[in-house]
Design a protein around this ligand. Structure first.
Ligand code: ADP
Length: 582
């Protein structure tokens, strides 16, 4: 039960509805147990011939009353306890989602989305079942067993009761052992289900690559194998859980056999009245359900605990990026950036992505970073945004170490246009206004779209800015996506703007227009532009040429050309390419 410790606040908060639920549950049990007793007394009174009409009516009334308590009580315990288990599911799902949002991007590099989705669906449902029906059935069956045994001893004798229930310990032992096997196998099944979700999600996310490489058969074969693996593991589980209940039923029927034989004899010799014998057998029949339920409960609780263990692993995961307790919260920053002797290695890598990086960008100036793919350009941005923390050197904004700033201050003041240009399946308007919690005036959205040179494109869509993107709507071209992402970053009017290869899918003419628009409308903004294309960056105040994680050359465009080094080589290569294309 230690697995569920994390939920104690939830239980405490809802303690009264649990208590009311349990009271109703126990009332139902008591009413159920009263029925055999009433029947037993009725039989005895009938046998003694002492019942008149009003006596019979009295018994009928008792039975109706007990039935009524059972019906009403069942409704209320379901409302309270099952209702709580639904609230618990909601609470856990929210906790998991909010927690995942706090984790650093590195966590998502190393954990599969399919796995996380299966946690959010399968595991949470398993916990809900365990803490809803599981708990009810546990309390219910234990209470019923104890009370029934008491009534049985009371009705006949201790000896007869022991004879009738000698196999209860066998049943308990069986459930314990079966429970363990079921727990292990259900963990394996959950793992197989994760694989299945993962391959399905990945196949459809990458459907265009699959089709263009004509790999449908291979993917289908892979799916077939994972699906078959999941089937095999499920059948292994069913084999155990399927044989469990019939075995219990069999052991239970032996009791009935012995009771009829032994008890029958006792009635014949007159040790037990016929009424008590009937009541005793009804009690024994009442024991059938809770003992069998015990088996099921153990399954449900074990599965819930397995799932909660998996959820705890995620919920205990700490973000690698921690905010100081006294982190500085600023409304607005000035915008000067400094890297001092920064070296950095990715957590799961064994070489430096950046080595000894030093540079300063003054407020309102533009810094450009060029270099081959893999030279470390995006890493510089990742570090500035604190998506990863450095172990060596310092990164300063307005002379303050970024580690001392609150993450909110840092990220709200930086407009970032990432390379992958991820857009949400919402309207274009909502995508552009993504950074704002409150409603943004249309004028502001249009003006950002105009600066990003995407306004005219959007106005050609039938629903204009209300056009929905993604699965339920239109698909944008690479260039349109890039320009929409630029609009999303600049609408914030951030003091620092980062364009990470954000113009690569845009033609040079539009690129020039966007850069000019940015220059006109964002004079005070400190800008970092990352690009392969020299045309994008030649007017920057400072250019860094990065190679293999190190700054090899630095200066303005003219200075770098005069150096006659790597930058000049790249420039001439690109000029030649353009000429050939032209
Ligand atoms: P660029 O932006 O210049 O193309 P990056 O900054 O993305 O280059 O990458 C620099 C180096 O760091 C590359 O060798 C790349 O493989 C490595 N790298 C990038 N991201 C990660 C990551 N999340 N984990 C490990 N290595 C990474």
């Amino acid at each position: 039960m230690g697995s569920f410790r994390r939920l104690k606040d939830f239980f405490f908060k809802h303690k009264w509805s649990y208590i009311f639920g349990i009271i109703w549950l126990l009332s139902v049990d008591a009413a159920q147990l009263a029925i055999p007793r009433i029947l037993g007394n009725l039989t005895d009174d009938l046998e003694k011939n002492i019942l008149d009409k009003s006596g019979i009516i009295k018994y009928v009334f008792y039975i109706i009353l007990a039935g009524l308590v059972v019906a009403v009580g069942r409704y209320f315990w379901r409302m309270y306890i099952i209702g709580n288990s639904r609230k618990l599911e909601y609470h856990l799902r929210k906790q998991l989602f909010d927690h995942l949002l706090t984790l650093s991007p590195n966590y998502f590099n190393t954990h599969k989305t399919g796995d996380l989705m299966s946690h959010a669906t399968n595991d949470i449902s398993a916990v809900r079942r365990a803490l809803g029906f599981g708990i009810i059935m546990l309390i219910d069956s234990l209470f019923l067993i104890i009370l029934t045994l008491y009534m049985m001893i009371n009705t006949t004798s201790l000896k007869m009761t022991i004879i009738a229930v000698f196999n209860l310990p066998i049943i308990i032992l069986l459930t314990r052992n079966f429970g363990k096997t079921i727990y292990n196998r259900s963990r394996i099944v959950q793992g197989a289900f994760s694989n299945l979700t993962e391959i399905t999600q990945e196949s459809f996310a990458g459907i265009r690559v699959i089709k263009s490489f004509v790999q449908e058969d291979l993917v289908s074969e892979k799916f077939y194998q994972v699906n078959e693996d999941s089937l095999r593991k499920n059948l292994d589980l069913v084999k155990v859980s399927g044989s469990f209940r019939p075995l219990l039923q069999f052991v239970f029927s032996i009791s009935l056999l012995i009771t009829i034989y032994y008890g029958g004899k006792q009635v014949i010799v007159g040790n037990i009245s016929l009424g008590n014998f009937i009541a005793f057998n009804s009690f024994l029949a009442l024991l059938n359900w809770p003992t069998r339920a015990l088996g099921q409960i153990i399954n449900v609780l074990q599965r819930g605990a397995a799932s909660m263990d998996r959820l705890n692993l995620i919920l205990d995961e700490k973000s690698e990026i921690l905010e100081l307790n006294d982190a500085i919260d600023l409304n607005e920053i000035h915008g000067e950036i400094q890297f001092r002797n920064v070296s950095f290695k990715y957590p799961n890598s064994n070489y430096n992505a950046l080595t000894d990086i030093n540079f300063t960008v003054e407020k309102g100036k533009t810094l450009a970073i060029v270099g081959k793919t893999g030279s470390g350009k995006t890493t510089i941005v990742n570090l500035l945004l604190r998506l990863y923390d450095i172990s060596q050197g310092e990164i300063l904004i307005d002379d303050m170490d970024v580690k001392n700033l609150s993450l909110k201050t840092l990220r709200e003041n930086i407009g970032y246009v990432p390379q992958d240009n991820f857009l949400f399946s919402q309207s274009l308007k909502d995508n552009i206004a993504f950074a704002f919690d409150e409603k943004v005036p249309d004028k502001k959205i249009y003006s950002a779209a105009k600066i990003a040179e995407v306004y005219d494109n959007i106005m050609k869509f039938p629903k204009k800015f209300d056009t929905i993107l993604g699965e339920r709507g239109v698909t944008l071209s690479g260039g349109q996506k890039q320009r929409t992402s630029i609009a999303r970053a600049i609408i914030k009017e951030p003091p620092i703007l980062i364009l990470d290869d954000s113009l690569s899918a845009v033609d040079t003419e539009t690129e020039e227009k966007i850069l000019n628009n940015l220059k006109d409308s964002t004079k005070d903004i400190t800008t970092i532009i990352i690009s392969h294309r020299i045309s994008t960056i030649q007017s920057a105040h400072k250019i860094l040429f990065l190679d293999n994680g190190q700054i090899k050359e630095r200066g303005t465009h003219e200075e770098l050309l005069a150096l006659d080094g790597l930058y000049r080589d790249l420039y001439e290569k690109q000029l030649l390419e353009e000429k050939i294309k032209g």
